[in-house]
Design a protein around this ligand. Sequence first.
Ligand SMILES: *[C@@H]1O[C@H](CO)[C@@H](O)[C@H](O)[C@H]1NC(C)=O
Ligand SMILES: *[C@@H]1O[C@H](CO)[C@@H](O)[C@H](O)[C@H]1NC(C)=O
Ligand SMILES: *[C@@H]1O[C@H](CO)[C@@H](O)[C@H](O)[C@H]1NC(C)=O
Ligand SMILES: *[C@@H]1O[C@H](CO)[C@@H](O)[C@H](O)[C@H]1NC(C)=O
Ligand SMILES: *[C@@H]1O[C@H](CO)[C@@H](O)[C@H](O)[C@H]1NC(C)=O
Length: 728
Amino acid sequence: MEMKFTVLLVFLFASSVADYCEKAPFNTYKYCDYTQSIPERVNDLLSRMTILDKIPQLITSAPAIPSLDIPAYQWWSEGLHGVAGSPGVHFGGNFPNATSFPQVIGLGATFNMSLVLAMAQVISTEARAFANGGQAGLTYFAPNINIFRDPRWGRGQETPGEDPYLSSQYAANFVKGMQEGADDTRYLKTIATCKHYAAYDLENYLNLSRHTFNAIVSDQDFEETYFPAFRSCVEEGKVGSIMCSYNAVNGVPSCANDFINNEVARGKWGFEGYVVSDCGAISDIINSHKYTSNTDDTVAAGLRGGCDLNCGHFYSDHAQAAYDNGAITDDDIDRAMTRLFTYRMRLGMFDPPSMQPFRDYTNDKVDTKQHEALALDASRESIVLLQNNKDILPLSLTTHRKIALVGPHGQAQGAMQGNYKGTAPYLISPMQGLQDLGLSVTFAAGCTQVACPTIAGFSEVTKLVEEHSIEAIIAVIGLDESQESEGHDRTSLTLPGQQVQLLEDIKKKAVPGIPFIVVVMSGGPVDLSGVKDIADAILWAGYPGQSGGQAIAEVIYGKVNPSGRLPVTFYPASYINEIPYTNMSMRVPPGRSYKFYTGTPVFPFGFGLSYTTFEMKWKNPPNVTHLKTTHDVDVNYEVVVTNAGKRSGSVSVLAYITSTVPGAPMKELFGFQKIYLKPEQSMTLSFVAEPKVFTTVDKHGERKIRPGTYKITIGDTSDLKHTVFIRE
Ligand SMILES: *[C@@H]1O[C@H](CO)[C@@H](O)[C@H](O)[C@H]1NC(C)=O
Ligand SMILES: *[C@@H]1O[C@H](CO)[C@@H](O)[C@H](O)[C@H]1NC(C)=O
Ligand SMILES: *[C@@H]1O[C@H](CO)[C@@H](O)[C@H](O)[C@H]1NC(C)=O
Ligand SMILES: *[C@@H]1O[C@H](CO)[C@@H](O)[C@H](O)[C@H]1NC(C)=O
Ligand SMILES: *[C@@H]1O[C@H](CO)[C@@H](O)[C@H](O)[C@H]1NC(C)=O
């Protein structure tokens, strides 16, 4: 979505929320009569509309229909990790600012799906309060659940990572939190939009643009990798909306793609909502993809390809002519209109405000103490401890009081939000977080920009770290939107510019024996192999949100025991020279993601250290070892997890399966659970391997249980392994 929001805001906002069906008593018109069923009301409404009324409703800036008492509606609001800037969302005035959670890649790292659910409930609560104040819409273009297929992708930061199972769990929980919340399921709280469907994960790579890219996807990769999170959105989340993507899929632009939208999402998964185009994507069908050669055919391709709502104005500009010329029919328009107005009604728009459970939410539900606490908890849980030589961390509040804080992110504020952000109530920088612990902090950036083009500022840093009074050095480095963002992929996996040189210079000049801690903020993975040799400890913080600096300081000082795990593989820098970005195959050598990558990662998917140690053993040794391909019952694994160290902490226990079936992934995540344990405390976890866990997908996309030897692994250590033999 490329439009610049700020200019638009002025035009789109009324100061208070408009009501529908206000002029006449509710039962004057059947569509206003809340005692009737929604299908009947929608039919009645459409029967009162002319074609001239209908066509302008097919775009996201839908105008009012005064004769029917329908106000204008802006469908485009954003809420990826907090209510965010967009044509539908208006910050400012006396309205409170919206809680800003960590960027989604960090939420993936938490492996805590109750946290994701709780966050989405907060976002939808704040969204409703904004909407009631006339400051936002009720339809949100989130979550982004494309698989983080290639580490270069500029928007990988917006996703929960590279694993289809984790992404599916994220999708279902996010959608539930956005859409539910009412005791009465008659109403949707807000509508989530699962995007970008399908196989979207390239912005602009060496001038190859997402607007023209044609993703060639095999049936195997669809079933194994690109579809599962969307399927989970529909089947588990019951999502109201899906966004079709800019790219083409197997030669057909996504927004004109009958196969993915109608045959798969609607036909196979039972999707009942509406498909909205990414902004400008209908125009891309003709102007970028050149898939059609005239505007009539373009409108027809979009509407018949399953895209009901155009973010942009191609439909409103050209659908009338397409209709007049016979390229589209009343049925094509009514199908889209029925979906759109069904969901507007499900949001309660046509019902009396007094009936609607969320209409009394006011701005005292925005930026509450509980919301702030949840955003802080999310930051704490998202941080991943990657290296901790000689248990240098946590630092001590009594012996590490004088800190040299260095690096371009030492005073980071807005950068901690990543992209798709709103105006946060506050942004606690790393500097602030350390100072709030009562430490004496001296700051020297070295580079003020993450691009770090010169060493001009390094002498100030080296002078600082040479001081004998310094008790610890903390460098906060990494990426920001200048390196990875919408419309901008990376062309290198290394730290930008002279950042590694900065760390080397510090190491050379620092008083020997002083702890040197490196904190990396980034969305996409960075090759940290050089940093491993320089730093005593390394933390990856994603883009940690409004309380990011507090969470970082608390982890470094042991007030919080880190529990995040990497949601993406951290590849060596050479990886991108070996693998073609544009090849969508997960198996293209040297392989994509932990499931197929045959090289040695710098840090693997799922990696994350703790300040304590967790031990695991079977509760009952698994007793099922021989199964048949017709196997259709769950296999249960019961594991006792014990905190065997001296500090309380949380652990995410990950369960994988591997098999000898030819062509199967090297391993595959099938379950995870996160628990908090005090020292010596134990808990029993049960992992259920449903029959589906034992399936593999062949080249034709067929998923079934096949003969072979399967290994289940639970936890980090290899001591919880179980072998299952499957025969015909
Ligand atoms: C929201 O944040 C902006 C920018 O920091 C600030 O100017 C404004 O006062 C805040 N609004 C409220 C109501 O606190
Ligand atoms: C991309 O396009 C721009 C503008 O046309 C051009 O300046 C630049 O050299 C191109 N980059 C590559 C890698 O082809
Ligand atoms: C992607 O790579 C695979 C494996 O090397 C190859 O067979 C396939 O043709 C490639 N696909 C495209 C679209 O280039
Ligand atoms: C397998 O173990 C479970 C408990 O873990 C038990 O309920 C079940 O009866 C056992 N099955 C067999 C065949 O021993
Ligand atoms: C997961 O998140 C929830 C909601 O914030 C929190 O209550 C819980 O403690 C977290 N679980 C762990 C194990 O940290």
